[in-house]
Ligand binder design. Structure first.
Ligand code: SF4
Length: 240
């Protein structure tokens, strides 16, 4: 049976792969690379593949930057999520269809009632989605424990709330600050793209409406508290 686990470098999908491996399941891992992943993710994924001795397939539909330029620097946002569709869903859908996938394991946890109904049916292909973490009653604590057991918890969690694109518009202020501290060149890159977006788009898109990364860089703690937190979270498919 052709069975796949979508991995993102996040704790949930890592724990899912470990759980299935411990159970002796036969599967391959698939990672959809947006070209804007954090370096820690590229570090973690080969370690995971080595630990469980399973193939890691990497799929892509072009890079974040490529699509950003094609969109005339129209930065993605909660109401304009072209990145999820083009960089995560499209390449994965294509892969599952081409490979004739039968089962796709999904890393939703048992303590995420809001997400449990997500993605019951595939957009294309004939595979079914299966939710082993939900079935096993595995929540956040167990996920962290399982990753820790094999020293496979993405180190990004030391300073960031989730594993997403470095420039994800769903980041909290503390995540952006963490990016500035741990990967200043990536922060500078996101800031540069934002400057181009302000210059080239009629609406003057910014990563967070009404705020710029340039301004944020120089904010003190008090000012930072005024930074609005995101009204949502990175796409599930990006963070499982
Ligand atoms: S992680 Fe964020 S920026 Fe990256 S594809 Fe998902 S929603 Fe878009």
């Amino acid at each position: 049976m052709k069975q796949y686990v979508c991995v993102s470098g996040g704790a949930d999908s890592t724990a899912l792969a470990l759980l299935l491996w411990e159970r002796g399941e036969d599967f391959e891992m698939v990672f959809s690379d947006t070209g804007a992943e954090l370096p820690e993710t590229y570090w973690l994924l080969p370690r995971l593949a080595r630990q469980i001795n399973k193939p890691l397939r990497v799929v892509s539909n072009g890079s974040f930057y490529q699509h950003l330029v094609e969109y005339g620097y129209m930065l993605p946002g909660p109401r304009l999520r072209w990145c999820t569709r083009l960089l995560k869903e499209t390449p994965l859908d294509r892969w599952f269809k081409e490979q004739g996938a039968e089962v796709v394991y999904n890393g939703i946890r048992a303590d995420e009632p809001r997400r449990i109904n997500y993605k019951r049916k595939p957009r294309c292909g004939n595979h079914v989605f299966v939710f082993p973490l939900v079935k096993a009653g595995i929540g956040k604590k167990d996920v962290i424990k399982l990753c820790g057991k094999y020293d496979l918890l993405n180190p990004v969690y030391k300073w960031r709330s989730n594993v997403s694109c470095f420039c994800c518009f769903f980041q909290k202020a503390s995540d952006w600050k963490g990016l500035l501290k741990h990967h200043p060149t990536l922060y500078a890159l996101a800031e540069e793209w934002e400057k181009e977006a302000i210059r080239l788009t009629e609406k003057g898109y910014t990563w967070r409406q009404g705020w710029t990364l340039e301004a944020m860089r120089t904010m003190d703690e008090q000012q930072l508290k005024l930074w609005p937190e995101p009204e949502g979270e990175p796409c599930l498919i990006c963070t499982i």
